[in-house]
Design a protein around this ligand. Structure first.
Ligand code: C2E
Ligand code: MG
Ligand code: MG
Length: 579
């Protein structure tokens, strides 16, 4: 491979015209080999003009005494033009005073005339080596500075701006803002990220973020500024907005772009996005405040139901504060064991005997009274509190089952169903925890049923397969909870290690006469049976529903018709009446 060397450029500044010929002669070989190139000028002014148009010079050889601008003045000017460029002074005026002045002004070396060309060659090589090193260091410093800037303002995972970069953009937008131009900030939360991260792993979670970022970029106008401002949070700055309707329709476009399932390691994962919007016309206009307001609106959107959009209004702040308070209170409640369990009996529809209970967690808040698990379980999932909470529920429910098995030997079979979040299902400690609890309470695996919702099951089928298999090996039973509400394809069911389908109460309550829901329930029951699964109907409230379910061959049921969830004493009394 031929190597194309670029010659080092040496600028010779000297009014002694014979020097050009002498130098060209002495460095003939290097010039021919394109190792060195010499440019000759006769005074400092010409040198400066040349440096200004052609900054590629690597070394200057300069005389001191010259017309128009002397060498010492030139040394001062070079420093300002390019601090990495070095000059060697070549002069007949070799008195100590001149050497010292030249050195003080930044000369790299000093040679005397008449020139000793061997000496000159050594000095040129030494100085060029030094310049190369200085410039390389400077280049590395620049790269490092660029990297630092990138880290400070960009998100390495998605390549989008990060929070700082986004704030800077809002700042610029505010300062550029003309009276007529309005902008809006959108704050987005990827609703399923935490669950995906916990269940399918960190790497898959990151993949979800990258794919989401690409989809956002593809559905936005090029003028929109997109950033990743938190682990699963994105923000978008929309400039030159005509009206709020336009922003709402952009938000609808984002929902549509993200609602198609993401294929992550061959698992299709759906994730809705919750969007909060704040318009620039609102006070105050500090960038951080705007972003916080959009974030607050986003949290309200989450509460409206995942996949919603909310536009910021001042009243939302109070709501956001109260949610933060709730998170803190829940943390305290979990660690101070201020939660308790209720137990809802599950009956055989054939003989109306109790066959088990479902443990349902309850939180009596000191100020708010009872808080529904549908409100605090999502908070526990988002904050990671679900792991200690879930472990406590398992321990409490299994301890209770042990007590009842001893107290009521005639109620058999008797099992305990415990609801499990997908996040627990991915925790590597779950198997050990359950094994320890089974051993501690001397319970057999089949007396424990773990309820997992349909969508959680689908997402875990791949990654947590090993964990499910291990639990299955301990004879632990699995139920699909709220069956019929998820998006799973029914053909998937026979791949899952499950024992029971629990039909969601929506279908049971809609089951009057020959309604569509009756047909769905009928289909689910025959599907379950053909796969060798039991069926539990959830939320039976009337005799009519019960009769219909019996007719369809549903074997188990729970619901207010039989009993509401009961505290431990009341459940014990009920069991006593069956003993
Ligand atoms: P789920 O597992 O589907 O529980 C059944 C829910 O239906 C319970 O609501 C129960 O009180 C209610 N229910 C039972 N029978 C009837 C009926 O006849 N009519 C009506 N209208 N409702 C009935 P609850 O206790 O509010 O729990 C709601 C959800 O919270 C549960 O749904 C479950 O997904 C979750 N959850 C409860 N406890 C836990 C827990 O310990 N861990 C986890 N991860 N989730 C839990
Ligand atoms: Mg359940
Ligand atoms: Mg359910």
């Amino acid at each position: 491979m031929p190597s194309f060397k670029t010659a080092k450029i040496i600028l010779v500044v000297d009014d002694e015209l014979s020097l050009e010929r002498l130098i060209k002669q002495r460095f003939r070989k290097q010039i021919k080999a394109k190792e060195l190139e010499f440019i000759f000028v006769t005074n400092g002014c010409e040198a400066i003009s040349l440096l200004e148009v052609s900054p590629d010079v690597d070394l200057i050889l300069t005389d001191i005494r010259m017309p128009e601008m002397d060498g010492l003045t030139l040394l001062d000017k070079i420093k300002k033009i390019d601090p990495t460029l070095k000059a060697v002074v070549v002069s007949a005026y070799d008195e100590l005073k001149n050497i010292r002045t030249a050195m003080n002004r930044g000369a790299f070396d000093f040679l005397t005339k008449p020139i000793d060309f061997n000496d000159l060659e050594i000095t040129i090589n030494k100085t060029l080596g030094f310049v190369r090193e200085v410039r390389e260091n400077q280049r590395q410093l620049q790269v490092a500075q660029e990297q630092l800037r990138y880290q400070a303002f960009y998100d390495a995972l998605t390549g989008l701006l990060n929070r700082n970069g986004f704030i800077e953009q809002i700042e610029m937008c505010i300062s550029e803002q003309r009276l007529s131009s309005r902008f809006a900030v959108l704050f987005l939360n990827l609703d399923r990220y935490q669950v995906v991260k916990f269940t399918l792993g960190h790497g898959v979670g990151e993949e979800l973020l990258k794919q989401a970022a690409l989809r956002l970029e593809s559905c936005m106008l090029p003028t929109a500024i997109i950033a990743r401002v938190g682990s699963d949070e994105f923000a978008i700055l929309l400039k030159d907005i005509s009206d709020s309707q336009q922003v709402s329709s952009i938000a609808s476009g984002i929902h549509r772009a993200l609602e198609m399932p993401f294929v992550l390691e061959e698992v299709a994962v759906s994730s809705t996005v919750s969007i909060g919007i704040v318009h620039s016309s609102l006070d105050p206009l500090e960038p951080e405040d705007l972003l916080r307001a959009a974030d607050t609106a986003m949290h309200c959107a989450v509460l409206q139901g995942k996949g919603s959009t909310a536009i910021f209004n001042a009243g939302m702040r109070a709501g956001a504060i109260s949610r933060l308070q709730l998170e803190a209170d829940l943390q305290r409640a979990v660690f101070n064991e201020q939660l308790h369990l209720n137990y809802q009996p599950i009956f055989s529809l054939v003989n109306e005997q109790i066959v088990g209970f479902e443990a349902l967690v309850r939180w009596r808040h000191q100020v708010r009274g009872m808080v529904s698990p549908t409100e605090f379980i999502p908070i526990a999932e988002e904050t990671g509190l679900i792991l200690p909470l879930g472990a406590w529920v398992l321990s409490e429910a299994m301890g209770c089952l042990k007590m009842w098995l001893e107290q009521f030997p005639n109620v058999r079979p008797l099992s305990m169903s415990v609801n499990l979040s997908g996040i627990q299902l991915s925790s590597p400690d779950l198997v050990v925890l359950i094994e320890e609890l089974l051993e501690h309470f001397s319970l057999s695996g089949e007396s424990l049923k773990l309820e997992i919702t349909e969508s959680m099951f689908m997402e875990n089928a791949g990654a947590a397969g090993q964990l499910l298999a291990e639990l299955k090996g301990k004879q632990i039973q699995f139920s699909i909870d709220d069956f019929g509400t998820g998006y799973s394809s029914l053909s998937y069911l026979h791949h899952l290690p499950i024992d029971t389908l629990k039909i969601d109460r929506e279908f049971i309550s809609g089951m009057v006469g020959d309604s569509k829901d009756s047909d769905i329930v009928k289909t689910i029951i025959s599907l379950a049976h053909s796969l060798g699964l039991d069926v539990v109907a959830e939320g039976i409230e009337t005799q009519e529903q019960l009769n219909k379910l019996r007719e369809l061959g549903c074997e188990y049921g729970q619901g207010f018709f039989f009993s509401k969830p009961l505290d431990v004493e009341a459940a014990g009394e009920l069991l006593a009446s069956f003993n």
